[in-house]
Design a protein around this ligand. Structure first.
Ligand code: PMT
Length: 404
């Protein structure tokens, strides 16, 4: 089965020099089995021709809201799409999309769709780094829009910097990821999965906190993989990253908030994956006002107390047939320490990562883990991307569910 077989994709092309690469993207999407409907902005036609897309795509390219026989092309395209890609996405298109302006066929289609949207920005570095563009990207990400790139490298102007459109093959890979890996097992179809992601922040005063380096990437990779395998995902998170469009997002900050969210949701979920890095300690008192430095060179004493162990509490209340997965961030005696946590917290599986090893754990795009199950099974996954780790963790979840 082709990677995008049966997928209907609207390929939006806006006016940047990188528009010529969109022709290659179109070709590769069709080769991957997708039905591709190109939508070009008027100004994109200054860089590429409609004919190039007509020749390669699954249906003729459209440019205007008004020209064709279809009185409502944007709703037809938006409603029938499984995915809308905008590549290249210029600063102007991103700004219009973030602001909800729909004054041409492409932006009207973006507003008329409930399908996932993948934008691939391309522009000059100054435009990309401008706070307006960064705010627009942050807004779109918060709304669940997937953003791929831009790359750093030589630009058409001869300058070097951020702003290059990512390579066509990366756009196709991202499309496969966003629509869910076709042909992959739907072995979590309808299964309710609760995932935690990110590091908690424990306030010292209104401006300071105790935190950790967790980026949330591993937790989000698990949420994406679970969704692609058919699960219904609730993501309790301390960070904003592109999330699966269908996931329920519960935004929290502290261990106490994460505990409340998890305990409220846990009973209704079949699987819990606790990949968040929960602070072990928090200030006993949170100062109402910013603590002053004082003129005497002294430093405040912040008394700490233990945070609740969320995972242990969930393990103690585990309902029958529920599968609970914990993570263990270790720097020594990986397996022994992780196994001790598995037993102490009464969980089914513990995913041990040696966070002192290069490329492993916090902040990296990669990880390496030993997946240890209560029945003595051990699966080692060597350094790889976090989505592949997610896949292995969920394979173990599926195996544990089959034992119940
Ligand atoms: O977010 P990334 O940058 O992608 O990094 C990924 C990761 C390193 C954060 C992830 O792979 C990971 O290891 N997560 C668990 C980190 C951690 O807190 O490990 P721990 O060994 O301290 O805790 C063991 C388990 O108990 C964890 O599942 C943790 O979520 C849970 N815990 C810990 C303390 C606490 N008070 N409550 C908890 O529930």
């Amino acid at each position: 089965m082709l990677r995008l077989e049966g997928t209907r994709i609207v390929l939006g092309v806006s006016a940047g020099i990188a528009a010529y690469k969109a022709i290659e993207v179109c070709r590769r999407l069709v080769d991957a089995g997708a039905h591709v409907a190109p939508v070009l902005t008027e100004d994109a036609l200054r860089f590429v021709t409609k004919l190039s897309f007509d020749a390669l795509a699954s249906e003729p390219a459209l440019v205007s809201l008004w020209d064709g026989p279809d009185p409502s092309p944007h709703t037809r395209l938006g409603q029938s799409a499984d995915l809308v890609i905008v590549a290249p996405a210029t600063a102007r298109v991103l700004a219009k999309y973030a602001a909800g302006i729909s004054d041409d066929l492409l932006t009207a289609t973006l507003l008329a769709t409930r399908a996932p949207v993948l934008v691939c920005p391309a522009m000059h570095t100054e435009m990309w780094e401008h706070p307006a563009t960064q705010d627009n990207i942050a807004t779109l990400r918060r709304r669940g829009v997937h953003v791929e790139g831009p790359d750093v490298g030589p630009l058409a102007s001869g300058d070097f910097g951020a702003g290059r459109l990512v390579a066509p093959e990366r756009i196709v890979d991202a499309a496969v990821r966003v629509v869910g890996i076709r042909g992959s097992a739907q072995d979590l179809d309808g299964v309710l999965v609760l995932v935690t992601a990110g590091g908690t922040r424990e306030a010292i005063d209104p401006v300071r906190f105790i935190g950790n380096r967790s980026s949330g990437k591993q937790g989000y990779a698990i949420a994406h993989e679970a969704t692609a395998r058919g699960a219904v995902v609730t993501l309790v998170t301390t960070v904003d990253l592109p999330a699966p469009i269908a996931a329920k997002i519960v935004r929290v900050e502290s261990a106490a908030e994460m505990q409340r969210a998890c305990e409220a949701a846990a009973g209704a979920h079949d699987v819990i994956v606790m990949s968040a890095a929960v602070a072990d300690f928090r200030p006993k008192q949170i100062a109402d006002q910013k603590i002053k430095k004082g003129d005497d060179g002294g430093v405040p004493l912040v008394e700490l107390e233990r945070t609740p162990d969320i995972l242990a509490a969930l393990g103690a209340k585990k309902r029958s047939r529920q599968v609970i997965v914990g993570f263990a961030a270790e720097t020594q005696d990986l397996v022994a320490n992780a196994m001790a946590k598995l037993m102490k917290k009464q969980v089914d599986v513990i995913v041990a990562n040696d966070v002192s090893a290069p490329g492993v754990g916090f902040e990296h795009d990669t990880n390496a883990v030993s997946i240890l199950a209560g029945d003595g099974t051990r699966t080692d996954v060597a350094l790889t991307d976090k989505r592949t780790i997610a896949r292995a963790v969920l394979d173990e979840v599926v195996r544990m569910r089959s034992l119940h």
